[in-house]
Write a protein that binds this ligand. Structure first.
Ligand code: ZN
Length: 414
């Protein structure tokens, strides 16, 4: 045996290991065995909750922790939350200094965020399960269960208890959509129909979600000043959630019912529209919608304007494909998604409004300003730039210009 192999086998003798156990009915389990070769019963309480593949993942995650306890001669009853946090830091390679004895083999690389998240899940479950049979420090249980934040994922009702051991995920940072990309899309030949010019203009200026855009009906467009709906003095649209759109487009709205007053759409998210949004809409309406209007049997604004499906409502997937084709024609090697325009639009309004998160949240239909400060606060660099500039100006360093001008090096020309 050569180097690493010899080392590994010598150490593995004294370690907890995961072994496959084939049951009589054919099921396969991954259980943890003690260094003396017996099933490690405390971990079974956790592992048996999961199906084969999840159990395998969690078994390998938990066995690492058991080896850490063993190498450092620690008993679960003495473990504190700080111990577990240092253990997690050691796993992800973020340990500040040496803590305890190295328990991982030299060939084991630090874990990424996803794998470390699995470890955090099973380690937390393990200590909570130990409560039933052994003395676990109450302050550890308290700390592990303190993160009772309930997170909702999108529209689903799935709730997840947060895990204080889990590695922090990077803050959501929307990809920046540069002005040059937008300019390239509006260069001649990139967008081939008035409809597509309208779509990109509406995405860019309005920052509408693509589902909200495809879901717009003619009755939602109040493109005149002082529209009789009485809800906004300037030209605007109402983005309302409907479940009966023929193109399955659905606006994500916080007021779900499509209400009406005196026959006018009211409520929903009321969005102001730019002059260009209005003019591109009419160009599309007259040049492309009107000629195929006899084929339209629904109220949606955006339709297929030609081909065998002319007149049918445009699907959100159709907008994504159109953007892809336009990028290709514009010679862009980036893939622009509809949502990028929304990020750009919100970030722009945030900066222009002197970082008024409340105003941006209201305009874009978010329930509160937190979402704005969390996501767009980070991309709104101008705010930081203003203060950085002030800080630079305020420092006592002498002006750099004399050193930078060519041929004007101090002392160079007397
Ligand atoms: Zn209105």
């Amino acid at each position: 045996m050569r180097g690493a192999d010899r080392w590994r086998s010598a150490v593995d003798v004294d370690r907890f290991v995961v072994r496959k156990v084939r049951h009589r009915d054919g099921r396969l389990s991954h259980w943890i065995f003690t260094p003396s070769g017996q099933v490690h019963r405390p971990s079974l309480a956790v592992l048996t909750r999961y199906g084969t593949s999840t159990q395998e993942t969690y078994a390998y995650s938990l066995v690492d922790h058991l080896n850490w306890l063993r190498v450092n001669n620690r008993s679960p009853s003495a473990i504190t939350f700080d111990d577990l946090r240092r253990y997690m830091n050691g796993l992800t390679g973020r340990a500040d200094g040496i803590y305890g004895l190295a328990w991982r083999r030299p060939d084991q690389k630090p874990l990424g965020a996803s794998a470390a998240g699995n470890v955090a899940t099973v380690v937390k479950a393990y200590y909570l399960s130990l409560r039933a049979t052994s003395e676990i420090r109450p302050d550890l249980i308290e700390a592990l269960t303190s993160g009772r934040g309930v997170w909702r994922y999108g529209r689903s009702k799935r709730t997840v208890e947060s895990n204080p051991l889990a590695p922090r995920k990077g803050a959501r940072r929307p990809r920046f959509l540069p002005d040059e990309v937008v300019e390239a899309l509006f260069a001649p030949g990139a967008l081939t129909t008035a409809r597509d010019v309208m779509i990109v203009t509406w995405l860019h200026d309005g920052g509408l979600r693509v589902g909200g855009l495809c879901g717009l009906r003619f009755c939602d467009l109040h493109l005149v000043k002082h529209h009789p709906c009485g809800q906004r003095a300037d030209p605007h649209v109402h983005v309302v959630g409907r479940d009966d759109n023929p193109n399955n487009a659905r606006a994500k709205a916080y007021v779900p019912a499509p209400p009406s007053r005196d026959g006018y759409t009211v409520d929903g998210v009321i969005r102001a529209v730019s002059d260009d949004m209005i003019s591109t809409f009419y160009a599309y309406l007259l040049d492309e919608f009107a000629p195929v209007q006899h084929l339209v049997d629904h109220e949606q604004i955006l339709i297929h304007v030609g081909g065998a499906t002319a007149g049918t409502a445009l699907h959100t997937g159709g907008v994504r494909k159109m953007l892809g084709r336009a990028c290709t024609r514009a010679g862009l090697d980036v893939r622009v998604l509809p949502h990028a325009f929304r990020h750009k639009s919100a970030a722009a309004l945030y900066a222009e409004s002197d970082f008024n998160a409340e105003l941006v949240a209201q305009e874009f239909g978010w329930s509160g300003p937190t979402m704005v400060t969390e996501v767009y606060g980070k991309s709104a660099n101008r705010h930081a730039m203003k203060f950085l500039q002030q800080a630079w100006d305020a420092t006592a360093r002498p002006p750099a210009e004399p050193y930078l001008a060519p041929g004007r090096m101090p002392g160079a020309d007397g």
